[in-house]
Ligand binder design. Structure first.
Ligand code: CA
Length: 237
C-alpha cells in the first residue's frame, strides 16, 4: 500500500494513531480526518504494531505512555524492521512526559519529532506534514548530496562531515534537506519556513536560531546567508 504523496491533493496519507486515552484518540482521529489524512487508531502498543503491519501507514503518531508496553520500545521495534517493511516510517511522538531525557531517548531511538501534550492543532499538523516529507524522502530515490567535505545521504538520513557522522536535530536536518535539494541556490526565508515548519508565517526568528545551530555544525563556508533573501548551501569542490 502506498498512500504517501507529496501532493496533498492526491490520496490521503494514512496516519496510525497509537494513544490509549480514548477521548484524545477520538479527537486526534477527527482532527486528522478534517485535515485530509486517513487516520487508523490503536489503543495499545500491541494493537498499534498489528495495524502498523496491516495498514503500512505513512506516519505513526505515538503516545509514549501506553498500558501494555512503553512507547519507546515501539519506536525501537519499528526502527528494527527492514525499510521495505516500514522500518523508516516517520514517527512523531506525542506524550505528556515532557522530561528532556525522554525526548532525547525517543529521538535517539529514531523518532522524527516530538509533540508535548498539551499541543496546538496547527503545531501538530505542521509536524505531521514535516514527518510525511521525511517518509517520502526515505522511500523515494532520495539523492546523496556532496559539497566540500559534507555528504548528506537523504535516503539514509545520514550526514557526515569529513567522514564523521553529524548529529542533527530533526529541525536542523529538515533545514539541511531543503538546502541540499537546492545546492548552490539561495532558498528564500519563506520557502524554508514552509518546508520546515509547515507555514511561511512561522516566526523567522526560529529560522535564524536553527540556521545558526546548523551553521555551527556544517561550518561558515558551507551555509551562506543571503541577507534579506534566504540561505544557501554552497557548492564546493
Ligand atoms: Ca497514554
Amino acid at each position: 500500500m502506498d498512500n504517501a504523496q507529496p501532493d496533498e491533493a492526491a490520496d490521503p496519507a494514512t496516519v496510525l494513531i497509537v494513544e490509549d486515552d480514548a477521548s484524545l484518540n477520538a479527537a486526534l482521529a477527527a482532527t486528522l480526518k478534517a485535515a485530509g489524512f486517513r487516520p487508523v487508531t490503536a489503543r495499545t502498543a500491541a494493537e498499534g504494531l498489528r495495524w502498523f503491519a496491516h495498514y503500512a501507514p505513512d506516519l505513526v503518531l505515538l503516545d509514549l505512555g501506553l498500558p501494555d508496553r512503553d512507547g519507546l520500545s515501539v519506536i525501537a521495534e519499528i526502527r528494527g524492521r527492514d525499510p521495505a517493511a516500514g522500518g523508516r516510517t516517520p514517527i512523531v511522538v506525542l506524550s505528556a512526559r515532557n522530561a528532556e531525557a525522554m525526548k532525547v531517548q525517543a529521538l535517539d531511538l529514531g523518532a522524527d519529532d516530538y509533540v508535548g501534550k498539551p499541543f496546538g492543532v496547527e503545531e501538530l499538523l505542521a509536524r505531521l506534514r514535516a514527518g510525511l516529507r521525511h517518509g517520502v524522502q526515505a522511500r523515494g530515490s532520495a539523492p546523496v548530496v556532496k559539497t566540500g567535505d559534507l555528504v548528506a545521504d537523504l535516503g539514509a538520513r545520514r550526514v557526515t562531515k569529513a567522514g564523521e557522522a553529524l548529529k542533527l536535530s530533526p529541525k536542523e536536518y529538515d533545514l539541511l534537506v531543503e538546502l541540499a535539494l537546492n545546492l548552490g541556490r539561495t532558498v528564500s526565508h519563506k520557502d524554508l519556513l514552509r518546508a520546515v515548519w509547515g507555514s511561511e508565517s512561522a516566526d523567522i526568528q526560529y529560522l535564524r536560531v536553527y540556521v545558526g545551530q546548523l551553521r555551527a555544525k556544517l561550518g561558515e563556508a558551507l551555509l551562506v546567508s543571503d541577507p534579506g533573501v534566504g540561505y544557501r548551501l554552497e557548492e564546493l569542490k
